[in-house]
Design a protein around this ligand. Sequence first.
Ligand SMILES: [Zn+2]
Ligand SMILES: [Zn+2]
Length: 298
Amino acid sequence: MLNRRHFLQNSIAASAGLSLSSPLLKLIFQNAYQMETLRNNVGIFTERGGTIAYMITNEGIVVVDSQFPDQSKHLIEEIQKQSDRKIDLLVNTHHHGDHTAGNIAFKGLVNKVMAHENSKLNQQRSAEAQGSLDNQLLPDTTYSKGKIREKVGGERIALHYSGAGHTNGDSFVHFENANIVHCGDLLFNRRVPYIDKSAGANITNWQVVLEKAYKTFDKDTLMVYGHSGDGYEVKGDREDLLAFQNYLGKVMDFVKKGQAEGKTKEQLAEATEIPGAPEWKGGQSRAVAAAWTELFEE
Ligand SMILES: [Zn+2]
Ligand SMILES: [Zn+2]
């Protein structure tokens, strides 16, 4: 479906003499969503915000992350075309709005909402600060460390936590029989990451989290990512975990070395590439700023 959409976009752009970034084209495609089955009735939904994973069978329905309300409504409509049953489980990989704002669309339609306890606290705190608690559907089932497992239909869904990374409440969500893992924003595939220091992110431990995940999952595991850079997919295999771990380590080295040479945070933030990790292209300011904070200000 992804390819088909790009094909359509390209052909429409070409025949109308439009550039791919034209506002008109964006208007035509702003409501386009894609669903792609990966394995064992587990697939991914992409429209706006962090990638959603779903499982739809006659024995159970699971959704991981919820983008925004309109996007979740699109997915719910698709689910209801295939099944009359209530949605068994909604999981949030972490609290950010591009992964949880759509939770509210599941109100009354889902039996259980699961996340790490810090994800719930962060979601609650952000919503209170914005006065939007009424628009949230918060997790009702949480865990604090290690792993929690839920059986839905013939599938087992395990959430794994090994401490702070992108925030202090990110889970890897493993469909164990399908052997598909939603990494949420623990993996930005060849895209400069957001590192949320205001919610307890930790770059040093993030590298440990990725290493552990590499050992926990295997070479057949299909990985799903919240976000990817231009030309890269929101799915892959566990080797991407090590590539991203390398990037994070190189960002820390770059900032440490730069500071020792007398460079300021602002000077380092101008970098457009990190030595040793050229695939993460573009402005590095937010990663550099987070590394500086972690190394010299915490
Ligand atoms: Zn995200
Ligand atoms: Zn995020």
